[in-house]
Design a protein around this ligand. Structure first.
Ligand SMILES: Cc1ncc(COP(=O)(O)O)c(C=O)c1O
Length: 373
């Protein structure tokens, strides 16, 4: 056993699964400050919001069939807005295999009182997706951030579905190739793969979701920040930068800088390649250590962003001490698993993390493990 810590620290020890590492080379000087202190409804404000929307579309490779808009309250706000304004038209199926999916089940049952079909799996597993009845509206999390289990792609989503697919895609976008023709509603926030700031969220609507919004009036009150239609018509302004309420323009400018960085590394393809290289580097670390394992059992549905690891015999107390030690050393921040997940480590491998930093983490994990013995 050695008490000497490894010689090399990760240059940027930021491995949190949200908010995630800022893009490499990020500095506050990159932020365009012209709009700060000015109205988001000025010509410049609208231009910057539109710029943000256009860059997101480009970096997601989002087809023209789908609208993309900036809406209140981060990913949660965007997903709740979709649920509250669209659900109830037909039966609902909700899928859950970790904490966030479970949250959408709770809201569907207890708040919307819709009596959904619930298909569940334990942490580390994916439910049998072939059970899904696509005459229902179907709610799921593309990448389960707290278990490190994701859907393997979009093949399981029926092309001729009658229901709508609702994907909470916050830790999936900019990391995976999303088959947009299979997605009617998707939501995400800026502080995951882009390394932006938590603020407003993003709502993506396919044509069938728009059709639902224009032809279905839910039998429930909708607060102003959830309202997507006026007199039975979609409020198109939301998708061109006329936000429902005031966004943080500092957060908007910050994510514009992040999207410019994303473009500089090759857009979606470049972001995916960086993510895959990071996940592969972490996988090599796991393979080389018998005390580390993947919580996600099946490699086909194992996350490449929020990678969740098991630690031999660990309980919450050990994980807490393990993570605190590496935090104190400045070697790794925020790597304890999510509070509701089985005790373990969680290491973000999205594109804003550098592969060299994942590689440098290996010896630090060994060192911390030795200190725990
Ligand atoms: C899958 C998933 N859904 C929802 C959320 C909540 O997102 P937000 O805090 O942006 O509302 C998170 C946050 O980590 C998440 O990972």
């Amino acid at each position: 056993m050695t008490n000497t810590p490894p010689a090399v620290r990760p240059a940027r020890p930021y491995f949190s699964s949200g908010p995630c590492a800022k893009p490499p080379g990020w500095s506050p000087e990159q932020i365009d400050t012209r709009i700060l202190g000015r109205s988001h409804r000025s010509a410049l404000g609208k231009e910057r919001l539109k710029r943000c929307i256009d860059l997101m579309r480009e970096c997601l490779a989002l087809p023209d069939t789908h609208r993309i808009g900036i809406v209140p309250a981060s990913d949660t706000g965007a997903f709740e807005m979709a649920m509250w304004s669209m659900l109830g038209a037909r039966p609902v199926t909700t899928l859950a295999w970790e904490s966030f999916g479970e949250g959408w089940v709770t809201d569907t049952v207890k708040q919307l009182r819709l009596d959904p079909t619930v298909i569940r799996a334990d942490y580390g597993q994916l439910p049998d997706l072939s059970q899904v009845d696509w005459s229902n509206d179907v709610l799921f999390t593309w990448n389960g951030t707290t278990s490190g289990v994701r859907v393997p792609g979009g093949d399981w989503i029926a092309a001729d579905r009658e229901g709508l697919s609702f994907a909470d895609a916050t830790s999936a976008v900019f990391a995976y190739a999303i088959p947009w023709d299979k997605v009617d509603v998707a939501t995400f926030s800026w502080q995951k793969a882009l390394g932006g700031e938590g603020a407003h969220g993003v709502l993506i609507l396919g044509p069938r979701a728009v059709e639902r919004l224009e032809n279905f009036t839910p039998d429930r009150p909708l607060p102003k920040i959830f309202r997507l239609t006026k007199s039975g018509k979609l409020i198109e302004g939301i998708f061109t930068g006329e936000t429902i309420n005031t966004p943080s323009m500092l957060a908007v400018e910050d994510v514009i800088a992040a999207l410019e960085w994303a473009k500089s590394v090759g857009g979606l393809k470049g972001m995916m390649a960086r993510t895959e290289a990071n996940a592969a580097a972490l996988d090599r670390i796991v393979e080389g250590r018998n005390w580390l394992g993947h919580l996600a059992q099946d490699p086909a549905s194992r996350s490449k962003t929020s990678v969740c690891l098991t630690v031999d015999g660990a309980d919450n107390d050990l994980i807490k001490r393990f993570a605190k030690l590496l935090d104190k050393e400045g070697a790794a921040y925020d790597i304890a698993g999510y509070r509701d997940a089985p005790p373990g480590l969680r290491i973000w491998c999205g594109a804003t993390v550098d592969t060299a930093d994942i590689e440098a983490l290996g010896p630090w994990l060994d060192w911390a493990w030795e200190q725990m013995q």
